[in-house]
Write a protein that binds this ligand. Sequence first.
Ligand code: SAJ
Length: 444
Amino acid sequence: MDPGGISDNAKRNYQEIRKKIESKKARLCIVGLGYVGLPLAVALSKKGYFVYGFDTNPAHIERLKKGDRYIVDVDPKEVLSLLGRKRFSPTTDTAVLAQADIIIVCVPTPLRKVKVPDISYVVKASRAIQKYLRKGQLIILESTSYPTTTREVMLPILKKGGLREEEDFFLCFSPERVNPADKKFPLTKIPKVVGGLSRESTTLAFLLYSRIIKKVFGVSSPEAAETAKLLENTFRLINIALINEFALVCHKMNIDIWEVIEAAKTKPFGFMPFYPGPGLGGHCIPVDPLYLSWKAKTLGFKTKMIDLASYINHYMPVHVVERVEGLLAKKDIALISAKVLILGVAYKKDVKDLRESPALELIEIFQKKGARVFFHDPLIPYLKIETINIKGIALNKNILKTFDCVVVVTDHSSIDYAFVKKNAKLIFDTRNIYKKTSDTVVRL
Ligand code: SAJ
């Protein structure tokens, strides 16, 4: 799309950025080198752009320079090669923001303790950018947030120095969609949505992402892009809650939920399988939809489904403990004297991320009921979070035999489940790893 009906000043700035994108002379800065920012920095840098990687945490910068792997989807060797070729420059120095023609913000958007959005990282990043903001810059926000964040939070901060949006600088929202540890869908294979304050900013973001991603989809505003992302994650939250509730009902009816899902999956249209589990973890699915319900509430609208789905998902760890308690009671073992092993504590398989992991709630509930709780996770050697402070154990047959129950919580691929089955007295399988129930294996 070429600019239509804009001022000469805007056109000059637009064309300057466009030319730099097309010639790959644009200097980029990714703000936030986490599971979203680092893969993006590497992908753009590999495509030939010079990329600054800004992060407030010096440890991230040090680890990158040492070739440490701290993001599961990024190969440290690639980072070292880009560093060596001076294509990528990680730094904690905000002054690089002045050098960048395009700045992409990938900072966390968590919830505060009282379950309201915490956009303090977005505000801090916006203030840092504003200090160095100059004509001819494109700013893109990728962090998931409630609709209007780009226009009503970021924009007023950027304009503080007198520069004008869509005239001197351009502003766009493009939701991140990284799926951690998903080899089938690396960043470059996941279509990207872009929504700018004007056609020009949308076009510039479209051109940039098109260099690394096959399908880029432009929408009419940042709000449309912000809301599309929340729809994606709310879709998952609700459907995971639905299948969790189905698991609870099927347990009551003594019907195998896993068989029911396999049967429903044979329907070639109008159905998408989700799987019950021990609860809902990660920093996105349990969190992002609450950004929407919070925004709706400010407009006097109560989103009942999101709140109900969150309630059901948060009930699952309680259900798992109740099931284990019931199984042990049949063996005349009370939880208060039981020894329980949590197998896998990350929020989902093959990642080493604990955020919102249901395993943490499970451990707390088991401990409150007096059980002695241990864990094994091949990717997480130690748990030191709030009231939990335990070291992971190695799996060996003598140790396994000492547990009254082993609870499969995170189905990491690298765990030897046959070995566990051979040596455990009782297994409660929340992920259907064993595909069928037996005299020592009970499934959710
Ligand atoms: N879970 C279930 N049952 C399911 C699917 C997931 O219990 O059928 C659980 C998982 O075990 C995990 C939680 O839900 O604890 C979230 O898993 P997830 O894979 O849905 O979420 P994330 O946070 O790893 O990644 C998601 C992306 N995942 C997928 O689309 C598959 C995507 O929604 C976003 O790109 C990403 O969040 C994000 O950054 O928003």
